[in-house]
Design a protein around this ligand. Structure first.
Ligand code: CA
Ligand code: CA
Ligand code: CA
Ligand code: CA
Length: 382
């Protein structure tokens, strides 16, 4: 074999093969990078959007998913209009009711099975900010009619010595059945109230509230949520990150910064927080990363490790969402459109008909095969 033939037969193909291998290695590295990025970001499309809230401008704020006790397809989405009242939507996004128009509710949360003199009742709870009704309001949810009615006067009680509330969330201690409401402020303060059924004759409100704890977070603080089972209160300090405190009234002010603005795409303002309950201690803490128009997912247990980002995109007839304030999620099977759980967010940007609204996502579309999908947990404690 002469040298030319040797090169043609062995050397050139080998070099070509090596080059090809190099390219393949590069391609493989790229593919790995892409797939790693993919694992950290999901881009779901909303299945349903609500009718817009009546007030113009930045008005819709925070949702809460009320799960019906026996017929989950009759569940409701409560959504605040912080310039108007508490809006009530069905699972198709149609508005069923506006209650307490003008009370200016900001954040809404739910209490299942609040013991009163008669039966246990489900209550919606919201901080209200109209000048004449500043404080905390309660609404009874009737499971027969699926309608809300004011539960006593609004507000039932004042907070921060008569000043304006900002965020709010509730806590039910599963060990002793006690109920609490947390209220946050634009000044960065938190108050915790124990709430009980009022038994005194002639009392103005069916709710008796006792302030059991107060502490300072620092700067502007709105979103909060309690992990009822693990006993953690999570508070969003909007420009700083997410703090974890004990939820019990004796937990003091010791705390851990479990997520910092600037890390893992958490972008100020940090807004609404919610919990997805999986089996045992599994599940997620989800935060609205308003500055990035995404939702950051952290694990519920351990050190709240970052899991991934949810970055919604526009779908058929429904816009992308942006600048979200409040969010809520449930693992419960809800309806044909949401058979494996539901995630709801306020949309501060896309809206509908020029006004802000709320958008619903099937949880299994968000979860894919990366997050837990488990419909076993019940919404209400037994
Ligand atoms: Ca807003
Ligand atoms: Ca809420
Ligand atoms: Ca805020
Ligand atoms: Ca998007």
């Amino acid at each position: 074999m002469n040298l030319v033939r040797f090169w043609a037969r062995y050397a050139i193909p080998s070099v070509a093969a090596l080059a090809a291998c190099g390219c393949l290695a590069l391609l493989a590295a790229n593919a790995l990078a892409v797939s790693k990025d993919d694992q950290r970001r999901v881009q779901p499309k909303a299945s349903v959007q609500t009718e817009p809230v009546p007030s113009a401008g930045d008005a819709a704020d925070d949702p809460a998913i009320w799960v019906h006790p026996t017929a989950s397809e009759r569940s409701l989405i409560l959504g605040t209009d912080k310039k108007g009242g508490l809006n009530v939507f069905d699972l198709d996004g149609h508005r069923a009711q506006i209650v307490s128009d003008g009370s200016r509710p900001n954040n809404v949360d739910l209490i299942y099975g609040f013991p009163t003199g008669g039966a246990a009742v489900d209550l919606a709870v919201a901080g209200t900010r109209s000048r004449s009704r500043q404080g905390v309001g309660f609404w009874r949810i009737d499971p027969v009619t699926c309608r809300l009615a004011e539960f006593g006067p609004i507000p039932a009680f004042e907070v921060f010595g008569g000043k304006e509330p900002y965020g709010s969330c509730v806590y039910r201690n599963p060990k002793d059945g006690s109920f609490y409401v947390f209220i946050t402020s634009k000044d960065g303060d938190v108050e915790q109230y124990r709430i009980e059924a009022e038994t005194a004759q002639g009392a103005a409100s069916p709710i008796r509230a006792t302030r059991v704890r107060a502490f300072r977070v620092g700067s502007t603080t709105e979103g909060c949520v309690v992990d009822h089972e693990l006993g953690w209160l999570y508070v969003a300090e909007e420009k700083v990150g997410i703090w974890r405190y004990g939820a019990g009234p004796d937990s003091g002010s010791s705390r851990t910064l479990i997520a910092r603005v600037g890390e893992n795409d958490l972008t100020a303002d940090v807004e609404g927080l919610t919990i997805y309950y999986g089996p045992g201690t599994a599940g997620y803490l989800i935060a609205s990363s308003q500055g990035a128009s995404t939702f950051q997912v952290y694990s519920r247990d351990g050190e709240n490790a970052f899991v991934m980002s949810i970055d919604p995109q526009a779908g058929a007839g429904i816009s992308d969402v942006g600048e979200t304030d409040g969010i809520d999620v449930t693992n419960v099977a809800m309806s044909a459109k949401f058979p494996r759980g539901l995630f709801v967010c306020q949309d501060g940007k896309g809206g509908r008909d020029g006004h802000q609204n709320f958008k619903y996502f099937a949880w299994d579309e968000i979860a894919g095969d990366r997050l837990i999908v488990n419909t076993d947990r019940r919404a209400r404690p037994r």
